[in-house]
Every structure is written in C-alpha cells, then in structure tokens.
Write a protein that binds this ligand. Structure first.
Ligand code: 5RP
Length: 262
C-alpha cells in the first residue's frame, strides 16, 4: 500500500511518523486536523494498538475525533483534559520563525484553542508548505453567520490600510452552500498574496466584530517536522535553535493504511 503513496503523501507520512516520537506514555495530546494530521493519528493509533501506548487525545474537529476513535485512541474533550502536554497538527504555511497560516481544513478555531492550551505545539508539514513570508495561501478567518456580509465589508475596509499585496475576500463554499465549521460558523478566505506584518494582521483581525478567530498562529508553534518525498525529515526547534536531520524508511503496514483502503 505504501508504495502507492505520492511523494507529497510520503512527505506528510514521514513528518507524522517522526513527530509521534515526541509522544510519551500518559500524555494528553492535541490531535490536529487535515491530511497530514490524519497520518499522525494513524501512527499514534498504531502505537496504541501495537505497543500499548497510553494517551488521551483531544481532537480539533469531529473528523479527527472519528478517525482517532477508529484508530483506538482514547478521545477526551479539552475540558476533561484541561491542559495538554503536546499538540501535533498540520499547517498550510510556515515561515522561518515558525509562524503559521492554518485553517485550510476549516478547523482553525479549535486548532488554535487546543494548541494554545498545550505545553508544546509541533507542526508536521511537507516541505512545500515552507515560505519566506506568509500570505500566498489565502488566510482563513472564522466569522459568525449573523451579519457575515457586514463583517466581510469591515475586513475589506481594514485591509486597505494593511501591508498586503492582494485584498480579495471570499466566502468559503461547500458546493452550493457556505461552508459551516464545527462551531456552526462560516469561513472568509483572505487572498492577500503576501502579509507584510503577520503579527499586526492577527491582532487587528480579531478586533473586528463578527470575527471569531483568524488562521495566523504567531509564536504558538515550537517545532516543525518537515517531511520530504524521499523519506528525509528535518526537525526544526525554534526554542533550541536546532535542526536535526533524519531519514525514515517506508515499511509495508496494512494496519496503518486500513482506513484508506476501504
Ligand atoms: C485545518 C488545517 C490543516 O492543518 C491545514 O489545512 C493543512 O492541511 P493538510 O495537512 O491537509 O495539508 O489547518 O484547519
């Protein structure tokens, strides 16, 4: 099965596989959302089933909660866990300071709450997510449905005074209907192309009535595990200032891929 993975999926898989080495017995672990995070959940599930790893997982979406349960991971709410040892999640972009854009999968609100309630956040990403400056990926913001068009206008007016290269704001759709998050909100995608000052943007966006949260994760991520299509991984630790290089082999393992084969 693993032989059928595309290079990008291999990169996601090796990043996920390396990141679960950080998980220890008894930990409360935040479980991210998205295709890379799904690899991590599968890898963790394998450790739970095969090696008796005991963890409590706090998922960041209903999708991840379902996958985690299917993989045999004990799922608890953030309120039950109260505080987490570690969160592992994907990202849409990361820069050299390990600041992120997240929310491509529409789960940014729970993802930010869970990551912020963790001693450590580890991001897992294929090397294609690395950027010099954030903003090529459209920045998602979660807005409440009430008056969302007014919120959109307020966001557009705010962008006029910001250091960005694009100012288009679009409502994310799910077919014919607006996309709805797990909290029942909508997502506006901000096509900025380049964000001059991400820290300022993150703060200003959250001042706009109707905006619940934005997808800029500033000073939240501690470590990025970068995966490459040939099995290489790099562990970049922003606090230690270290970069550790490694290479992982792909091992045929139908257990790990079972949900993909259904
Ligand atoms: C979901 C996210 C994801 O982590 C992000 O979109 C990356 O997804 P993928 O691993 O599928 O590329 O922020 O809200």
């Amino acid at each position: 099965m693993s032989g059928e993975l595309s290079p990008i999926d291999k990169a996601k898989f090796v990043a996920a596989k390396r990141a679960v080495d950080f998980v220890e017995d008894g930990m409360r672990v935040g479980l991210g959302t998205g295709s890379t995070a799904a690899w991590m959940v599968r890898c963790l599930g394998e450790l739970v089933r095969e090696e008796g790893l005991k963890i409590k997982g706090v998922p960041t979406s209903t999708r991840t909660a379902q996958l985690a349960r299917d993989c045999g991971i004990q799922v608890v709410s953030l309120d039950e866990a109260k505080w987490l040892d570690l969160t592992i999640d994907g990202a849409d972009e990361f820069d050299g300071d390990l600041n992120l854009i997240k929310g491509g999968g529409g789960a940014l609100l729970q993802e930010k709450i869970v990551a912020t309630a963790s001693d450590q956040m580890i991001v897992i990403a294929d090397v294609g997510k690395e950027v010099e400056r954030l903003g090529a990926f459209p920045l998602p913001i979660e807005v409440i449905p009430f008056g969302w068009q007014t919120t959109k206008t307020l966001v557009e007016e705010m962008l006029i005074s910001m250091d960005v290269l694009g100012r288009d704001v679009t409502l994310r759709m799910n077919g014919e209907r607006p996309f709805v998050t797990d909290e029942g909100n909508h997502i506006l995608d901000l096509h900025l192309n380049r964000i001059g000052n991400a820290r300022q943007m993150a703060m200003v966006l959250n001042q706009i009535p109707g905006v619940v949260e934005n997808g800029l994760f500033i000073d939240i991520c501690d470590i990025v595990v970068v995966g490459f299509g040939d099995g290489r991984v790099e562990v970049r630790d922003i606090n230690e200032g270290t970069v550790e290089k490694d290479r992982l082999d792909f091992v045929e393992n139908d257990n790990l891929f079972s949900d993909l084969m259904e």
